[in-house]
Design a protein around this ligand. Structure first.
Ligand SMILES: Cc1ncc(COP(=O)(O)O)c(C=O)c1O
Length: 457
């Protein structure tokens, strides 16, 4: 592709994206295609001869776009909503165009140093201690696997070399994200050695139950090595009692990981910094700017107060990657499995600079305010009930009716193409979730969702 053709087609693509941003409601939020429909619409084999970009873009619009669920749609209120904000998209475009690969500091000094700088800014915005070292991963699921691997080496430093470990056990609440269990599976710790601690009526880990579970494991010859506390659980956004959990993990010299993949962004607002009380005592913590910090997927941040242990876990320098040592030249490859490193920090830097902390905090505060207003409205309706405290931007509720009826309500709302909702199970009952988090969502969209739910009911 000649630079001239690239320029011409690039303008077309930017125009397409600008129109997409201008009319996000042009498309149904939830894709209506049937399984296999996109595959069947595409040739079974790739072309032998190259094709003109115009035709490729036409097929993109006609065949691919209908198969998309629009995470940028203001009616996206399923799972945890997110946003490809303008500055984030521009940063992503530049990162793709530059194609820098930060395998070592010297293979793109700015890539490594901007990652250090933006993660230091974010750390300050969240009120985390200066001792926290940050590294970007694609997802929280990969980040937590790295945290668990470091926790294991902290508990048993020889295991990295010998592959021999004591009978390790790891703890999280029964509301923790499945990525904790997946990390334990991937690392060979064993799914049954993940202890899922009971929660209270607010879906928060019961700290004495954690202490009892650890004692029981110790008595039976296990080696409790890691506790994962969640601030902002996936189903209900509940907050585990981190200070009490930290007391317990410190007593047993265990690694404490705080999963605030979604809720960590709320700490950017001084009003909600208290969500992270106790997190400063963690050995590691994850926050996902690609959830509630208006950053296009993917960008997840793993912080650790023990970069020495993370490095001890993963550092391996073959001759072909040896470079001159300099205390200011960080080689991120020593702190995790990946060698290749995308320039993800660029989009985060664009976003942080373009909006600034106050505007970001304000948007998050508004999301929480609307969720709380919505919770009040739902609680006032005698046909519905709130199923978990709405402390952040998610409201969990159900119609006082059979699960099937609640499921049908969600299906009816989603069929409108205006709003997309998802569900969870709490106390074995089907619960509807409205999750606010997209930058384009307004209070009107939130209350339209509620109107559609009532209509669906
Ligand atoms: C609390 C929590 N932790 C971790 C994850 C996993 O995030 P990722 O998709 O980045 O792996 C999620 C995803 O929703 C989550 O809600």
């Amino acid at each position: 592709m000649s630079p001239e053709e690239f320029r011409r087609m690039g303008h077309l693509v930017v125009d397409w994206l600008a129109d997409y941003q201008l009319h996000p409601e042009r498309f149904p939020v939830l894709s209506r295609v049937k399984p296999g429909e996109i595959t069947d619409a595409l040739p079974a084999s790739g072309p032998r001869q190259g094709e003109a970009m115009e035709g490729i873009l036409r097929d993109f619009e006609q065949t691919i776009v209908p198969g998309l669920t629009h995470w940028n749609h203001p009616g996206f209120m399923a799972y945890f909503a997110n946003t490809a904000s303008g500055p984030g998209v521009l940063g992503e475009m530049l990162a793709a165009g530059l194609n820098a690969n930060g395998i070592l500091w010297k293979t793109s000094p700015a890539l490594t140093e901007l990652e250090q700088v933006t993660l230091s800014w974010l750390r300050q915005w969240m009120g985390l201690p200066e001792t926290f070292f940050g590294i970007i991963h694609d997802t929280a699921s990969i980040g937590v696997m790295h945290a668990i691997a470091a926790a294991r080496v902290y508990a048993c430093p020889t295991g990295r070399m010998t592959g021999e470990w004591p009978r390790l056990t790891i703890y999280c609440s029964e509301q923790a994200h499945s990525s904790v269990e997946k990390g334990a599976i991937a690392l060979g710790i064993g799914q049954r050695n993940v202890r899922k601690i009971a929660v209270d009526d607010k879906f928060q880990m019961i700290a004495p139950a954690l202490a009892a579970s650890i004692e029981k494991d110790l008595a039976s010859g296990h080696k409790p090595f890691c506790v994962v506390a969640t601030v902002g659980t996936t189903s209900t956004t509940s907050i585990d009692p981190v200070p009490e959990i930290a007391d317990i993990s410190e007593r047993h010299n265990m690694w404490l990981h705080v999963d605030c993949a979604y809720a960590g962004s709320a700490a950017v607002s001084p009003k909600y910094r208290h969500f992270l009380t106790g997190a400063e005592r963690a050995q590691s913590l994850i926050v996902n700017p690609h959830k509630w910090l208006f950053t296009p997927v993917d960008l997840s941040v793993l912080y650790t107060s023990r970069p020495d242990i993370l490095r001890q876990t993963f550092s391996l320098i073959p001759e072909y990657l040896r470079s001159r040592q300099d205390p200011r030249a960080l080689n991120y490859m020593e702190y995790g499995v990946p060698l290749g490193r995308r320039f993800r920090a660029l989009k985060l830097w664009f976003i942080m600079r373009y909006y600034g902390r106050d505007a970001i905090a304000h948007m998050i505060e508004e999301h929480i305010r609307w969720a709380q207003e919505l919770a009040v409205a739902i609680a006032a309706d005698p046909d519905f009930e709130i199923c978990a405290p709405a402390r952040m931007s998610v409201v969990c509720f159900r119609k006082k009716a059979a699960d099937k009826e609640n499921e049908a309500i969600v299906e009816r709302v989603n069929a409108t193409g205006e709003i997309y909702l998802s569900h969870t199970m709490l106390h074995d009952r089907y619960v509807i979730r409205i999750a606010i988090g997209n930058m384009g969502t307004t209070r009107d969209h939130v209350f339209r969702a509620w109107e559609l739910v009532r209509h669906g009911a």
